[in-house]
Every structure is written in C-alpha cells, then in structure tokens.
Design a protein around this ligand. Structure first.
Ligand code: RIB
Length: 308
C-alpha cells in the first residue's frame, strides 16, 4: 500500500514576469505572462504523480471555466479525482504571481472554492483515505479541515505530513504534536517555533524545539542551501545543488512532491530528501509552477547531467 492522499488546494496561477513591482498609481509594462495550474496541494500531488506515485486528491474547484482545466490536468496525470467536487456559485482558487528577473516571486492567493473543503469532506472520503500510506496537508484550506485530517490520520494509523505554508500564526500545538512530518521553510519554522531563524545554527535549534514538542520528523527546506533534517533519525543536512534559477515558484512544492513519492515507496527519509533537493533544483531551472516539474525520465536526465 503506497497510495498518497493530498488534502489541499488547487489554484489557477496567473504568472506575470516583471522587471520590478509597480509603485502605487503606476502602470508598468511587464515582459511576459503565463497561465498555469497551481496551488500548493495540487502542485505537490502533480509532482508526485509525474514521478509515478499513485495519488488521491481531495480538493474543491469552482463554478467557472478554470475548474474543467484543473480536473483535466489531474486526470491526465492519473490522479484519483473521485472526491474532487465543484462548488456552485463560487470561483476557483486563483493566485496572481509576480516573478522578478532574479527568479524570486511574490504571490497573492484567493482561496475561492478551496475555502469550502470541510471536515465532512474528509469523512466522506474515509473509505479511500483508509487505503492510503500517507496524508499530505498544507495551509491553503481552512485550518479546521487540516486539524480534522491530522486527527483522521492518528485514528487510522496513517502517517501525516504538514507543509505549514502559507505561514499561519497560532497553529494548535496539540495537532502539531501529532504530526509524523512537518516540512516548513525558514520563515514558517520561525513562526511556528517562535524563534529567530537566520542561520544554519538557529534553524537547527528551532527544529529541535519542535521535535522536543512531539513532532517525529522536522524537515526544513533551505532553498538553494538544500534541506535540514531533525527528528527520530538524528540530525543531518542535504546540501543544495548549484543551478541557474529562472523561476523559483513552487520549488517547495516540488521538494515535497518528490519527497512523498520517494518516501511512500522506500521509507528512507535521507534518500527521499536527496532526491527532493535535486528535484526542487531542477524545477527552478524551468518557468512556471507545475510546468517546471519534470517527469521521471526528464528528472533522471537532469541527474545524469549533474553527474557528467
Ligand atoms: O507554492 C506555489 C504555489 O503557491 C503557487 O502555485 C500558487 O498557486 C500558490 O498556491
């Protein structure tokens, strides 16, 4: 049994490539635009599916032209959409994204239909969820739904991974302590731990605090610096890979998608992190969010070129 359940968001990414952000009242020409499938939940599901994972997606789409495209995208990749529902009279989630020439991004999200994914939807999908080896969550849906999914995982002995993005203050300690995996970036780690995170040492100290509070495995994504592990298997860092970044949008989701695909098959955290760091590095060399995620064959070629 290695099916992965992703319970989370889907968005339509409206990506504008810019030279700089316009000032208030200013109109500025931008060099490029792309429309793509996004949303942290969908991105993680798609990355895992592109690498060959069997994925069940729980999400909600809106009552608009974006919904058909999102569903078709999942289905084309073999993702199980049995429990994806349309919400009448509500827009799909959308994310206006601005990518600067240096590859960094700024993102706005409008949750739309994602805000309608409720605890009852998890109960309705229970027969399929019970067949899964891992439940994967983010924070672009209501936090009550996230908490219910964590409780469901505990009750049914299914490991749960939370990517606490976008950062949200005041997460329930009781629910965090039930997690098998917490995968924050540095700013999310700082918010959750209440500690300053501005160096490798401070990230390690903050991650240790979370492990002491009950989380089994904390994996901190460090962007170009790779990723840090603290937890039941000790402490270690996987170094980043030197690549020429063009668009970093969705790189964290690429990391998680690859990690969950590998871990659910092999149950080897270090090996899964090594693959995930490489997959995330590969993703930033391409443009767009899901469009920059390689399938298994393209990823193998990227890794061969690194070795050459
Ligand atoms: O993590 C990147 C994602 O954040 C984008 O795809 C956008 O939709 C927002 O959810």
């Amino acid at each position: 049994m290695s099916k992965i359940a992703v319970i989370g968001s889907n968005m339509v990414d409206l990506i504008t490539y810019i030279d700089r952000m316009p000032a208030q009242g200013e109109t500025l020409e931008a060099p490029g635009f792309a429309l793509g499938c996004g949303g942290k939940g969908a991105n993680q599901a798609v990355a895992a599916a592109k690498l060959g994972a069997d994925v069940l997606m729980l999400t909600k789409v809106g009552d608009d032209m974006f919904a058909d495209n999102t569903l078709a995208n999942f289905q084309r990749l073999g993702i199980d959409t049995r429990y994806v529902q349309r919400v009448p009279g509500v827009s799909s989630g959308v994310a206006p994204i601005f990518v600067q020439a240096d590859s960094h991004n700024s993102i706005l999200i409008v949750k739309g239909a994602n805000a309608h994914l409720a605890p009852a939807d998890i109960d309705a999908a229970a027969p399929a969820l019970r067949e899964c080896a891992l439940i994967v969550l983010q924070l672009e849906i209501n936090v009550e739904t996230v908490y219910h999914a964590i409780e469901f995982g505990r009750e049914h002995n299914i490991p749960v991974l939370l990517n606490p993005a976008p950062a949200l203050a005041g997460l329930s300690r009781e629910h965090l302590a039930q997690l098998d995996f917490l995968v924050p970036n540095e700013s999310e780690l700082a918010l959750i731990s209440g500690q300053t995170v501005d160096s490798a040492e401070s990230a390690l100290a903050a991650a240790k605090t979370l492990v002491a509070s009950g989380i089994r495995h904390v994996i901190v994504t460090l962007g170009p610096q790779g990723a840090l592990y603290v937890g039941a298997e000790g402490e270690f860092r996987i170094p980043g890979l030197p690549v020429a970044a063009r668009d970093t949008t969705g790189a964290g989701d690429a990391f998680i998608g690859c990690f969950i695909q590998h871990w659910s098959r092999e149950r080897d955290i270090r090996a899964a992190m090594i693959q995930a760091v490489a997959y995330s590095a590969c993703s930033v060399t391409g443009l767009g969010t899901q469009t920059s995620y390689p399938d298994a064959r393209a990823f193998a070629e990227f890794q061969r070129n690194l070795d050459a």
